[in-house]
Design a binder for this molecule. Structure first.
Ligand SMILES: Nc1nc2c(ncn2[C@@H]2O[C@H](COP(=O)(O)OP(=O)(O)OP(=O)(O)O)[C@@H](O)[C@H]2O)c(=O)[nH]1
Ligand SMILES: [Mg+2]
Length: 348
């Protein structure tokens, strides 16, 4: 399988327009024929295409530039140049394209088949046949083609999931994804087993709920420690974040605070997302001693809900599925609402 790549910088160039031609009709017995220079062809566009079968940007990481074809020049006998072919850049759903220099967002591709004409090819120049006037019956000039648009683009992939998992290494995020979905990320008793994000889906009441397992976060991750926090960009599109902590070793509360802190350092916007706290490994806290301390410490915090589970015994998983489903549905309603508002504005 391709390695997972979620960020790529590429120089993109649309095609230049072909030059218009300077030419004069040369026919026997007609030495002073009129101008017949054809127009240059249009340069090709740079088009982004959303392909759901793609899961990473790795296919773009092999190159540092992509360009559309230039238009051909015009020719005599009023022959117009051929237009340049477009270049189609295929990207997975969830790709955001930034202008690398200004940081401005130029395109976002979410749905299957979506296409965005990112850069326009240059117009072809007009041939001298266009410039004949009563005063100048033999124009010796034609237009050059216009240059194609160009940019340095940064492609960023943000996986599209309803709920993303955030946790320290070893908390059991991948075990949870395996327990809830058919996804099979590796599970092991060491840190950073998961090195790239992983998606899994479960179906309940005829709805799909998409979960994202994200590599573990350690203290200082925002500053680059461990695998850093760049994978947290995959939480950007989720409806909610499930903080996953482990019970049984006395670190649940400390872990939760650390996750909050690192998330805040990375993006305060993400801290405003709906959140759920999943206290895993309940089987290692049989008297619920640590769970009790943990929940009472978080009791006073608004909007924080703790659910205790064990992926080892299956305890709590069914409740968790229902909560995840609700969070996913709320997200959908929220998005529909936003779309409705946007449409409403258009009708005013
Ligand atoms: N006793 C017990 N062990 C668990 C439970 N859930 C996960 N584990 C174990 O905890 C260890 C880590 O599990 P993973 O699912 O790989 O943890 P992770 O959070 O994905 O770890 P990273 O990928 O390194 O961030 C493994 O040895 C699991 O078998 C649980 O509910 N109870
Ligand atoms: Mg893992």
């Amino acid at each position: 399988m391709n390695r997972f790549v979620d960020e790529v910088v590429l120089r993109l160039t649309a095609g230049h327009g072909g030059a218009g031609a300077v030419s004069f009709l040369r026919a026997k017995y007609k030495p002073r024929g009129g101008p017949d220079g054809g127009d240059g062809g249009r340069g090709g566009d740079v088009i982004l295409v959303c392909k759901p079968n793609l899961k990473t940007l790795s296919q773009l990481a092999l190159r540092d530039r992509m360009a559309a074809e230039n238009g051909e020049s015009g020719a005599g006998s009023n022959r117009d140049g051929r237009a340049g072919g477009a270049v189609r850049v295929e990207v997975p759903p969830g790709t955001v394209v930034y202008d690398h220099e200004s940081g401005e967002i130029r395109a976002e591709l979410l749905a299957e088949g979506e296409e965005v004409a990112l850069l326009r090819g240059g117009r072809g120049g007009r041939g001298n046949a266009h410039f004949k006037t009563a005063h100048n019956r033999a124009p010796r000039f034609a237009q050059p083609g216009e240059p194609g648009e160009e940019m340095i683009a940064r492609f960023e992939l943000q996986l599209i999931a309803d709920i993303g998992f955030l946790g320290r290494p070893n908390a059991g995020k991948s075990s949870l994804l395996r327990a809830l979905t058919a996804a099979r990320p590796k599970v092991a008793a060491y840190q950073f087993t998961t090195r790239t994000p992983y998606l899994g889906v479960f179906r309940r009441h005829e709805r799909d709920v998409v979960l994202a397992d994200v590599p573990g976060i350690i203290e200082g991750a925002a500053g680059g420690a461990g695998l850093g926090t760049t994978f947290l960009k995959h939480l950007a599109r989720t409806a909610a974040i499930a903080f996953v902590v482990e019970l049984g070793s006395g670190v649940a509360l400390e872990s939760y605070r650390l996750l909050e802190h690192e998330l805040e350092q990375y993006s305060s916007e993400l801290t405003r997302k709906r959140r759920l706290v999943v206290a895993n490994k309940l089987d290692l806290d049989p008297d619920h001693e640590e769970l009790g301390e943990f929940t009472s410490a978080l009791e006073s915090e608004p909007g924080v809900r703790v659910i205790a589970i064990s992926t080892a015994t299956g305890e709590g998983l069914d409740d968790l599925r229902n909560i995840l489903l609700q969070l996913g549905e709320q997200h959908e309603q929220h998005e529909q609402h936003e779309r409705g508002e946007a449409d409403g504005r258009g009708l005013e």
